[in-house]
Unconditional design. Structure first.
Length: 307
């Protein structure tokens, strides 16, 4: 169901992740896992406007050319069976260098093509950490393609190495700009399009087939253009899953805002605590033997034949 990675593959992916801030994982989801996940998302999209039951947790937000759905995992046993398993979490943990990995939540992004061929709203350049309730380096996102992506189909774009060159957190569009003379601790977002045009930044991007994944660092700058597929794929659908590793602690920029999130409120996390409880399930923990083998693989000198 989930692609298996050998020690040599993990070692190279870990190096690339550390250097670039994002790595492409072709064929991460096998056909069965992909089909099951597509069925969950298709059902959610088809029933999004139907009356909700009291026990449903997922929420959705519409904007021009885009639909975002959050927390499907709390409503769908099928999604939990596919994604909340060791086979998914172990390669993520190994690539980022974490001995444990907890699942946080899912976000499904649907980018629509317009009838006249104009692009709907894409996703502007940003990184995710300003709106996170947690801080830590081991806090990756796994982005999963459920339909094809390319230059006309809202593929993800990344600023190469931006996770290591950030001089602080860039202000998210969701955070108001402070009044003149005020400080909020965030940095204004540079004009990355201009930087790319001048050659002062480098963009990473990959065309993806359904089942491909991209693993990205929480500080990596990324974005996507609107869908201009012109009917070839009227919907570009992808799911992002958030994960929490060893060094992650509950340290929101706004405690009041963080408590508006149901997971935070019901877990009753205290500042500085590690995530815990059934809203943040532990999916992977390396055994002493597995951890030793991983370290041996990481420390092994490369074979010249592999170069």
């Amino acid at each position: 169901m989930i692609k298996h990675y050998g020690a040599d593959e993990i070692r190279q992916l870990a190096v690339d992740y550390d250097v670039h801030g994002a790595v492409h994982l072709p064929g991460f989801l096998g056909n069965d896992a992909l089909s099951r996940l597509q069925a969950v998302v298709d059902k959610a999209i088809a029933t999004i406007e139907q009356p909700r039951t009291a026990d449903q947790v997922s929420t959705h937000l519409r904007s021009e050319g885009r639909l975002t759905v959050r927390y499907l995992w709390r409503d769908s046993a099928e999604l939990r069976e596919v994604l909340l398993q060791r086979a998914v979490a172990q390669p993520i943990a190994s690539i980022i260098g974490s001995k444990t990995l907890r699942f946080w939540f899912d976000l499904t992004f649907v980018h629509f093509a317009t009838e006249n061929g104009d692009a709907g709203l894409g996703t502007p350049w940003h990184h995710d950490v300003p709106t996170f309730s947690f801080k830590g380096d081991l806090m990756p996102s796994l982005w999963l393609a459920l339909t094809p992506t390319d230059s006309t189909l809202s593929r993800l774009m990344f600023i190469d190495g931006s996770h290591r060159t950030n001089q602080g957190y860039y202000r998210s569009p969701e955070i108001r700009t402070p009044a003149p003379g005020e400080q909020d601790g965030f940095v204004d977002l540079p004009d990355f399009d201009a930087l790319l045009a001048r050659g002062d930044a480098r963009m990473l991007t990959w065309d993806c087939e359904p089942g491909d994944a991209i693993l990205l660092h929480p500080c990596t700058i990324h974005g996507a253009l609107g869908n201009t597929g012109n009917g070839r794929h009227p919907q570009r659908v992808a799911m992002t899953t958030r994960w929490l590793g060893d060094d992650v602690r509950f340290l929101p920029y706004s405690y009041e805002r963080a408590r508006q999130n149901r997971a935070i409120a019901q877990t009753n996390l205290m500042l500085g605590q590690r995530p815990h409880g059934d809203w943040f399930p532990l999916i992977y923990a390396a055994s002493a033997r597995a951890d030793w083998m991983h370290q041996q693989a990481q420390n092994r000198a490369p074979d010249p034949a592999e170069q």
